[in-house]
Design a protein around this ligand. Structure first.
Ligand SMILES: Cc1ncc(COP(=O)(O)O)c(C=O)c1O
Length: 425
């Protein structure tokens, strides 16, 4: 622990907290469990920042990554290609909504968002239009690099860096999961597009669930309307499915709930089953064609990252998608999500619970009556850890986003610890 604190600056952490809050060195992982050096185990109920789908040290994914490492660990993707990248791109084109026919590899979520924003702007430019403003939803989160932060709206991450950010506008997100709220938000979107569409390149959304914004959920009707409006006003729709993709919302991709196809889709996190950093921007042939011409450095998309399309990460992704093909994952998840929803109903009777909501394998419990300074999320986190469950609230929102291989017995433990934790606050 001390050797770590001597040299490592941890993400999303006020390092001084570790004067009193011990770091937890993890020795190994297996299934939903993480094990420390003192023999304690923790159910990873947040899938290690929403990436893990089929458990830690999954034997099947391990085998595929091990086989790949003896074949090719990495090669640049400019001028070269490799089998895992090709296979994975074909697979992604097959399983994503129709019209997403091209795959641009990147290596983490924020960078995929950056690439999508640049592509959208650049597409319009290649067609002779100067559209440099992005619309995004209030309370959204798309990552923490400068471009991604610019289209985000979570003050905790954004406020300090405001002077550095690029031009953008926020539009209302539906206030709750009702269809009426979606329709209300669409009315305002339409007004804004009427006035501003000439300068707007794209609207970027987290479809159905705003993750870091406190697992805020909204109705698919909003996506249907936003798709129609953006098409009508010559504005791209970017679906950031970095968190929602790969079954989290109950369908393989959240866009499927609304039966829409965006102009760009960003994917990462669950893509490799939680093994390795990898992301993609998917787009249409039409957008791809706007960049396709005799060499012209202003028209080509000259964006790159060193680890773009890494073969080990692609092998992990192919193994992950093979599990979806061979096991009845989404059907089994339906039963689990229903079970979780039934079990969490009792939370609504607690006086400090405002609301319980769910979308697929994401279940959130919003608390009421606390102010930010109380740091109740931290207190709850410590309580849950002491009982063997890793739950990391977003402020006053406690949520479950476990790996799909979680058993009913482990679900029971996760829920009972959360219940006790909320009672103890
Ligand atoms: C919707 C969404 N977009 C983008 C990102 C950023 O991804 P990364 O953390 O890999 O940069 C996240 C991360 O939580 C996310 O939830």
């Amino acid at each position: 622990m001390q050797k770590d604190l001597d040299v490592i600056w941890h993400p999303c952490t006020q390092m001084k907290d570790h004067e009193t809050l011990p770091l937890i060195p993890i020795k190994s992982g297996k299934g939903v469990y993480l094990y420390d050096f003192e023999g304690n185990s923790y159910i990873d109920a947040v899938s290690s920042w929403w990436v893990n789908l089929f458990g830690h040290a999954n034997p099947f994914i391990n085998e595929k990554v091990k086989a790949q490492i003896d074949t090719l660990e990495h090669v640049l993707l400019a001028g070269f290609t490799h089998e895992p990248a090709v296979q994975l791109a074909h697979k992604l084109v097959d399983i994503t909504p129709s019209g997403l026919d091209k795959v641009f590899y990147v290596d983490n979520g924020s960078s995929a968002v950056e690439a999508a924003l640049k592509m959208s702007y650049h597409y319009h430019l290649n067609l002779g239009k100067n559209k440099s403003v992005f619309l995004s939803l209030r309370n959204s989160y798309h990552g923490e690099t400068i471009g991604a932060l610019s289209v985000g709206d979570v003050a905790l991450y954004k406020e300090t860096y405001k002077p550095l950010l690029i031009a953008n506008k926020q539009v209302p997100v539906p206030l709750d999961q009702s269809e009426e709220a979606a329709i209300e938000a669409l009315k305002i979107l339409e007004e804004i597009l009427k006035n501003d569409a000439h300068e707007v390149a794209a609207l970027i959304v987290e479809p159905l669930v705003q993750g870091a914004g406190g697992m805020h959920m909204y109705h698919p009707r909003y996506l249907v309307g936003a798709r129609a409006l953006t098409k009508a006003y010559d504005v791209h729709l970017i679906a950031d499915e970095i968190m929602t993709g790969f079954g989290r919302t109950g369908r393989m991709f959240a866009c499927e709930h609304a039966d829409i196809s965006p102009d760009f889709m960003t994917l990462s996190k669950g893509l490799t089953g939680g093994y390795l950093p990898l992301s993609v921007v998917m787009t249409s042939n039409e957008i791809y064609q706007a960049f396709y011409c005799d060499y012209n450095e202003h028209k080509a998309f000259l964006h790159s990252h060193s680890y773009t399309g890494n073969p080990l990460a692609c092998a992990a992704a192919l193994a992950t998608l093979e599990i979806f093909d061979t096991e009845n994952v989404l059907e089994e998840n339906k039963k689990k999500q229903q079970y979780i929803m039934n079990e969490v109903q009792k939370f609504t009777l607690l006086s400090n619970v405002k609301e319980v909501r769910q979308q697929g394998m994401i279940t959130a419990i919003e608390l009421k009556g606390y102010n930010v300074k109380e740091r109740i999320g931290l207190r709850f986190y410590q309580f849950a850890l002491s009982k063997g469950v890793l739950l990391r609230p977003l402020g006053h929102v406690i949520y479950f986003m476990p790996p799909y291989i979680i058993t009913y017995k482990e679900i029971d433990k996760m829920i009972s610890v959360a219940y006790e934790g909320i009672q103890s606050l």
